[in-house]
Design a protein around this ligand. Structure first.
Ligand code: TYD
Length: 202
């Protein structure tokens, strides 16, 4: 058993990250760790209520960014920080990189303004590892088009996802010690092999 780490999963809609979360949680669990899987926006009762608004209601774009961070503040206080303090592992389906990518890249909000909110909400805390599942836009679009009941973000156009993906990749290059970019066009067995290697190295 090792002291818990904070792992985040990121990628544009349709990049296929969600299917890999259970796999990584099982790997860590198999090594004797207590693993908590959670998601953003969400992870708490209040956060899930905010998620419902964020994914379905029209709102000012800065309101959207503020609510993402409001949900995150609650998530940190109720779930993430207590779990890490206990020595548990935490896997979050999205975290602050998503706000920089979607609200900063996709929505074109000011990155310095988002950085102020990041400093406010989690000064001194960053994920230990961020797995960025990357696919070309056409692949993501085809996966989304096979889905029914698309939410507000999933209904966005190609330009939005191009800018979101570009900001994710820019951040991966800016923080290479924390990010691992995974080519999510590979067959699942290949992605699993990559995940096995990453998990055994942490
Ligand atoms: P997602 O994680 O893709 O869940 P699902 O797989 O159930 O659709 O959905 C969350 C959406 O919220 C996704 O479109 C990205 C968006 N989002 C932001 O725009 N900013 C953020 O800070 C976060 C955490 C998510």
């Amino acid at each position: 058993m090792t002291a818990g780490k904070f792992i985040t999963f990121e990628g544009i809609d349709g990049a296929g990250k969600s299917t890999h979360i259970a796999y990584v949680a099982d790997l860590l669990h198999g090594r004797g760790n207590t693993v908590i899987t959670t998601r953003e926006p969400g992870g708490t009762a209040l956060g899930e209520a905010l998620r419902n608004l964020l994914l379905h209601e029209k709102m000012h774009l800065e309101t959207e960014a503020l609510l993402m961070f409001a949900a995150r503040r609650e998530h940190l206080a109720q779930v993430i920080e207590p779990a890490l303090a206990r020595g548990d592992w935490v896997i979050s389906d999205r975290f602050t990189d998503a706000t920089f990518a979607y609200q900063g890249g996709g929505r074109k909000l000011s990155l310095p303004k988002l950085a102020v909110l990041e400093q406010w909400v989690h000064p001194g805390l960053q994920p230990d590892l961020t797995l960025l599942f990357d696919v070309p836009l056409e692949v993501a679009r085809a996966r989304l088009d096979a889905t029914r009941d698309l939410d507000k973000f999933e209904q966005e156009k190609t330009d939005f996802f191009a800018a979101t993906r570009a900001e994710y990749l820019r951040r991966a290059a800016e923080f290479p010690e924390r990010f691992r970019v995974i080519d999510s066009t590979q067959p699942i067995t290949e992605v699993h092999k990559t995940l096995d290697e990453i998990v055994s190295s942490i």
